[in-house]
Design a binder for this molecule. Structure first.
Ligand code: PHE
Length: 452
């Protein structure tokens, strides 16, 4: 099947195969969340027990919501806003979740491109050997220079956004799927190279203990909630990405297994990234709980002291750029698909106008750390879980039951799990998400205080 022009009145574009969907969806899921955020929040939360809780959140909450989100797209054959209308009624109030998703995509890309720009800058620094031999103070200085000079940061950010725009403008199978078919295997090869090196390092044992030792005493309630929140971010849920990607999935393809495979790939990369980063951190006696600077300050310092460090840092930062790109593509697709489905403009126009708006909004995120943090807080802690809640409630309680069953079971090796999936989506998933919100507004602490 060939790519079709993506005008709203022509037949909808499709992936060439189920594998094409899985690669693109895994591309969306595997991103800065896996390689930058997961290792540093694992470090901050003391490792082991946090990793286990995270895995439980992915399997128990993330995977069921992903199946629901992909289903929303495929059953409606449209993107977030229209999906809710098509599957309920044209005046439905559910549409607010669709609108929220588009707003969230817009905000997310505006600061995601900041960090992706940093990754590009560090690729450049690695290629020009500027990282070689630096000490911790100098590494701190390099990062400070980048975050303190708006021109450099914004320059890399725009370069990243322009590339993303070109891929999405080329269409679903000619752009998104084609690039996922190149970048995802590339990312896999780079991770394997880095893993090979990490295994030979003296900090390997300490890193394994840190990541997989069950240190329950280090786990806090806030850590559990962070794991849950991050499972939405890392699986790209609640923002309409999976709705858009699901809408291009062929009707005979097994949606449940494809979602499971996507989540599996995402989890493997998050674990592999940690298994690469922590041996390096421990070998050089550095601080695992360094926070957001783990990748841009701690890691370059360690790489600078390693034999083969110059080559490895190129591999590492190119891998980070690949991961960020395939995710940014999925975020821009939410905006493009919205404009295509609702305003009938061409794909190219939708991509250009969407990118220009995101770029304008992205400048403050690059220039101001507090703006960056505020937008990240809103998107990660509120918009995505709220979007996920909307999807779970809609699919479990509002969508037509016969259609839901048909979508889940079509060609599926997991058809016998339909009942359990639906039950999880109806009760435990909304309850878990509500608990995250109660925590966010401080209500849990308040209730705890009352009980104490
Ligand atoms: N999952 C991506 C990551 O881990 C981020 C993302 C969120 C992408 C939502 C698309 C939609 O970096």
């Amino acid at each position: 099947m060939h790519d079709m022009p993506d005008h709203s009145n022509s037949p909808r574009a499709q992936w060439n195969s189920r594998t094409g969907f899985i690669l693109a969806a895994a591309g969306s899921a595997v991103g800065l969340g896996n390689i930058w955020k997961f290792p540093y929040i694992t470090g901050e939360n003391g490792g082991g027990a946090f990793v286990l809780v995270y895995l439980a959140c992915i399997l128990g909450v993330g995977v069921p919501v992903m199946m629901a989100e992909v289903m929303l797209g495929r059953a409606s054959r449209s993107s977030s806003v229209t999906a809710y209308r098509t599957l309920s009624d044209p005046k439905s109030k559910w549409v607010v979740f669709g609108v929220l998703a588009v707003v969230a995509a817009f905000l997310l890309l505006s600061y995601y491109s900041t960090v992706a720009g940093w990754a590009l800058h560090y690729t450049y620094l690695s290629l020009t050997n500027a990282i070689a031999g630096i000490d911790p103070g100098q590494a701190e200085g390099l990062f400070g220079q980048l975050t303190g000079s708006p021109l450099i940061g914004v320059g890399w950010q725009f370069a990243f956004l322009v590339f993303t725009m070109c891929v999405v403008a080329a269409g679903v199978s000619h752009g998104i799927e084609r690039w996922a078919r190149i970048m995802m295997p590339g990312l896999f090869v780079m991770i394997v190279i880095l893993l090979g090196k990490a295994m030979t390092m003296s900090g390997w044992g300490a890193a394994m203990d840190f990541l997989f030792g069950m240190n329950w005493d280090k786990l806090t309630a806030a850590g559990v909630l962070e794991a849950l929140g991050h499972s939405f971010f890392t699986l790209s849920l609640g923002m309409g990405s999976m709705i858009a990607y699901g809408s291009y999935l062929r009707s005979q393809d097994d949606l449940a297994s494809a979602s499971l495979a996507t989540a599996g790939a995402d989890t493997l990369v998050a674990l592999a990234a940690s298994v690469v980063i922590f041996p390096i951190v421990f070998t050089f006696g550095m601080e695992p709980g360094a926070g957001p600077g783990l990748l841009f300050v701690t890691l370059p310092t360690a790489l600078a002291q390693m034999t083969g460090g110059a080559f490895l840092s190129v591999v590492f930062f190119v891998m980070l750029v690949f991961a960020a790109l395939t995710s940014a593509i999925a975020i821009l697709e939410v905006i493009a698909a919205y404009l295509l489905d609702n305003h009938g403009i061409s794909r190219v126009k939708a991509c250009v106008s969407g990118t220009v708006l995101v770029a304008l909004f992205g400048v403050p995120a690059t220039v101001s750390g507090s703006w960056f943090n505020a937008v990240d807080h809103f998107v990660s802690n509120w918009a995505l879980p709220l979007g996920g809640l909307g999807i779970a409630l809609f699919v479990a309680w509002r969508m037509d039951g016969a259609l839901r069953r048909k979508e889940f079971e079509a060609g599926s090796a997991l058809a016998k799990f339909y009942g359990s999936w639906l039950w999880i989506l109806k009760y435990p998933v909304p309850v878990c998400i509500l608990i995250v919100f109660l925590h966010a507004i401080g209500a849990l602490a308040w209730i705890g205080g009352l009980l104490a």
